[in-house]
Ligand binder design. Structure first.
Ligand code: ADP
Ligand code: MG
Length: 248
């Protein structure tokens, strides 16, 4: 589903990803973890076709992402970005409806199926109480949920999330993780999420990919990846801080 081969990315000559290869199959649920600046967001941008690698290649469903136009990418993959900035004055329902743009009819615009998908996404993410509000006035956590609803409405086979829980209280963190799990288990959506919380990652994701200074240093189950030595080496903290709970 997602295939990265030997990708190197540099920003103004400074490498952010070095020779990264990663294969993610359809229906997988994968969390990217690693310290600040490790290259996690860069990896997501690479998969979304938002930046091109200096070397190597990225394929989505067997097609090179750099040969797909934005609309074709948007039908394959939905992105929940890290910093929820909303560019213009819009109601919550208008933001969620943006998720239907890749599906809309070029002349007739939103059709009944699109409206149903928007309503279903609002219901599923639980943002019905925010309808009618100006999206710019929402708290960061509320914006994060609205952008998640937009991505759900997009109904793409791949969902990419960049730290989707940073602005959320604990209850909403767990609810978002459960929703992502449900999209994966029930809808078969392939999930690739950057998570800063190792506990949430280990609890909700069967496969973790650990990035450190632009390289993949471990890839496997939470128990395989989050060994005490690695937690100490890569994160520089006492492994006691990362107690693994049994994954679902
Ligand atoms: P992470 O998401 O793991 O915290 P990023 O992928 O955002 O890391 O960044 C990886 C490295 O690339 C960091 O050193 C960061 O400062 C640098 N970087 C990220 N985006 C840019 C950019 N637009 N221009 C220059 N450097 C960048
Ligand atoms: Mg980041």
């Amino acid at each position: 589903m997602i295939r990265i081969e030997g990708a190197t990315v540099a920003y103004r000559g400074r490498a952010a990803l070095r020779d990264v290869s990663l294969h993610i199959g359809a229906g997988e649920r994968v969390a990217i973890i690693g310290p600040n600046g490790a290259g996690k967001s860069t990896l997501l941008r690479l998969v979304a076709g938002l930046l091109a690698p200096a070397t190597g290649s990225v394929e989505l469903g067997g097609e090179r992402v750099d040969r797909l136009d934005r609309l074709a990418v948007a039908r394959r993959l939905a992105v929940v970005p890290q910093l929820p900035t909303l560019p213009f004055a819009t109601s919550v329902e208008e933001v969620v409806a943006l998720g239907r743009l890749p599906h809309e009819h070029p002349v007739r615009g939103m059709r009944p199926g699109d409206r149903a998908a928007v309503a279903a996404a609002i219901e599923r993410v639980g943002v019905g109480h925010l309808l009618g509000r100006d999206a710019r006035e929402l708290s960061l956590g509320e914006r994060q949920l609205v952008l998640l609803a937009m991505a759900v409405a997009q109904a793409a086979p791949i969902l990419i999330l960049d730290e989707p829980t940073v602005h959320l209280d604990l209850r909403h963190q767990v609810e978002v993780m459960e929703l992502v799990g449900d999209l994966n288990a029930r809808d078969g959506t392939t999930i690739l999420a950057v998570l800063h919380d190792l506990g949430l990652a280990a609890h909700f994701f069967p496969r973790l990919v650990l990035l450190d200074r632009g390289r993949i240093v471990a890839d496997g189950s939470p128990a395989e990846v989050l060994t005490p030595e690695r937690v100490r080496e890569v994160f520089g903290v006492d492994p006691e801080f990362v107690r693994l709970r049994a994954p679902r």
